[in-house]
Ligand binder design. Structure first.
Ligand code: NAD
Length: 285
């Protein structure tokens, strides 16, 4: 039997915990933590994310700020805004929504955010702190994945873990988190040979690729904990589309021990972890 991990319910619980933490913070400090999101351009998916982040921030009792800049904004103007937010004592967390327009150097922008306010955990200082085992602001998606993995499996010491994908946003920090918990970690990527053989060994499988149903159900090791980060839009034939993961969900059912659905698995946890990071950043300042 496969346990379907209810990311929505788990995220609701985490958001309630954060809201309780926010109340305590307000009682002690006399102000609410603040998260400011910067959106450049009109990308519809990014606009949806920014809206739902703002709503979740307010629901948790925090102050939500938003800056919308036109796609034509210069890099210098964006850097000046980030510098102003770094200096603003009411702002505890800064999130610059990616992707940025091509004329802007994303790495430079991310490196300009004060690491203490870097609630996305993308600043090289936070990436380095995570990699070296120091306390850090950790990227939200892998943080949420780790919570679900540990709640399913308990202690993961020595377990065979496979992370498919090596992005700075998901794959690499996911691997670092699993390694820090003493799992035996393999990272697969676009140049990996015989992905199926790696999947077959994995007791923990995190798929973060962006290719619909890349991982076949029959590849999965029986009993494995499968975390599907992929968010792929596929046409349904009737002029509509639906969201699906990197794992062949139907094929994995009955074989995996645990699996996250898409949607309703990793996605809701990501936003909840963003709120948790904002509270953590506020407390640390
Ligand atoms: P990315 O494009 O930066 O990285 C994809 C990775 O997959 C790369 O490292 C690449 O080497 C690897 N890859 C590509 N083809 C492969 C193949 N055939 N076999 C093995 N590896 C292969 O993407 P990302 O930002 O890491 O996101 C990955 C997926 O996760 C996307 O679908 C994205 O939408 C989704 N995502 C979801 C959330 C969430 O909250 N649910 C958050 C972030 C990303």
């Amino acid at each position: 039997m496969t346990v379907i991990i209810d990311g929505k319910a788990r995220a609701a619980q985490l958001r309630a915990d954060v809201a309780a933490g926010v109340s305590e913070f307000v009682a002690v400090r006399g102000r609410a933590p603040g998260l400011t999101v910067v959106l450049v351009g009109e990308d519809p998916a990014s606009a949806v994310y920014v809206r739902s982040k703002g709503k979740a921030t307010t629901e948790a009792g925090m102050v939500s700020g938003e800056h919308r800049l036109p796609a034509t904004v210069s890099e210098a103007e964006l850097l000046a805004l980030v510098a102003a937010l770094n200096a603003d004592p009411a702002v505890d967390g800064i999130l610059v929504q990616l992707p940025l327009p091509r004329h802007i150097d994303t790495d430079r922008v991310l490196a300009t955010i004060d690491p203490a306010k870097d609630v996305d955990g993308f600043h090289p200082i936070n990436a380095g702190r995570l990699a070296t085992g120091l306390d850090a602001l950790v990227p939200c998606t892998p943080s949420g994945c780790l919570m679900m993995i540990e709640e399913a499996l308990g202690d993961i010491t020595g377990k065979e873990a496979l992370v498919i994908g090596r992005s700075n946003i998901v794959g690499k920090p996911m691997a670092a988190l699993l390694l820090a918990r003493s799992a035996t970690v393999t990272i697969a990527h676009s140049r990996t040979r015989d992905l199926a053989a790696h999947v077959a060994r994995a007791e923990i499988l995190v798929a973060a690729v962006g290719v619909a149903h890349l991982v076949k159900g029959e590849w999965i090791r029986p009993g494995a904990c499968v975390i599907d980060v992929g968010m792929n839009r596929v046409a349904t034939g009737d002029g509509k589309s639906r969201l699906t993961g990197d794992v062949d969900y139907d094929g994995a059912l009955g074989r995996a021990g645990w699996i996250t659905p898409v949607p309703g698995g990793v996605g809701p946890m990501t936003i909840a972890c963003l709120l948790a990071n904002t509270l953590k950043a506020a407390k640390a300042r």
